[in-house]
Design a protein around this ligand. Sequence first.
Ligand SMILES: Cc1ncc(COP(=O)(O)O)c(C=O)c1O
Length: 390
Amino acid sequence: MTFGRTLRPLWGLADDVVFLNHGSFGACPREVLKAQDVIRARMEAQPDLFFGNEISPGEGPTTLRAAASEIAHFVGAQGEDIAFVENATAGIQAVLRSLSFAPGDQILLTDHTYNAMRLMVEARCAETGATPLTVTFALPATSADIAARIEAALNPRVKLAIIDHITSPSALVLPLPRIIGALRKNGTRVLIDGAHGIGQVPLDLTVLAPDWYVTNLHKWLFAPKGCAILYASKEAAALTQPNVVSHFIGLGFPQAFDYTGTRDNTAWLAAPAALAFFKKLGEDALRAYQARLIDLCTDMLAPLGITPVAERGMCAAMRTFLLPQRRAAKTEDAATLDRALWDQERIQARPLVHGDKLMMRVSTQAYVDEDDLKRLADALARLGWPGWAR
Ligand SMILES: Cc1ncc(COP(=O)(O)O)c(C=O)c1O
């Protein structure tokens, strides 16, 4: 497989755009969208048959359950362990609402947790009297330091921990086996926010054995938007309720999630087409290509004083870089840089402010090539960035 610009026509991305932000919303290939269109046409041709036979739990196996089984096998699980949800946000919300908390209980997260999840934890704590327990880790970080900080924060009051597989602002792959082991020893339930997991890194949920694992298929597995899965262990499944109560609530996990009122489920049914596309690219070759691009990007940005937030082994297809500053970063710096890169150069990366640091997350993908990275490095050299004007 020849990766890079020659593959770009497989996606609908605009020709003149340097797209280095696959991580935020993904990008769905044309052939997967076509497969979704076929499914949608079936839905519109005979809605009763479609919802009756393909979606709603009933006598026989549904198309939806078959899709769940196929994705489950890809991540070392069984179909009955997997519910489809719209996105990681919905999956994490379902877990948080399925558990009861009392005053004094703690929910552990980190200062690299995705902002929406932090807000969700704060809201659940406000409802129940529990408190968030935020573990902080400074950048540059090491795996051992992150794990040790989480371990040091553990105490019997920590009822649930939400741990990223790959952090959003810093793009760090966290050392899950060690962290999950420590949480288990502490009697803490473990919810992995794997929003960036499936497709970006190899995944075997039987080996990893969290209580819950949520992952977006619409990011690194190339599914249409609105496609994610919530995995629950056998024990956790018994507790896990969907956000919306509907006809099949009595069936429990996962069937209670399959139909929660009329909606367009075609992104879920197109998940096997996305998996087939991903496999066609060649899983190992794709990851090797992404790793090579990340290294190239690191080398190209180094002469500008732009450095990665962690060592090579801690990232996969995305890497976050620290932009040198003559002053503390302001919240608006990220938007200013984002706008400059877009308006003047048609480059979409992901500038962000974390604490007082201005950073930039760069996503590689099968359709990205060396020229795209060079365009980014040249643009930064020419334009500078807030707090470091050229
Ligand atoms: C770590 C992490 N968790 C959760 C999400 C939310 O994903 P979604 O918007 O698909 O729910 C994101 C989005 O980028 C993320 O990076």
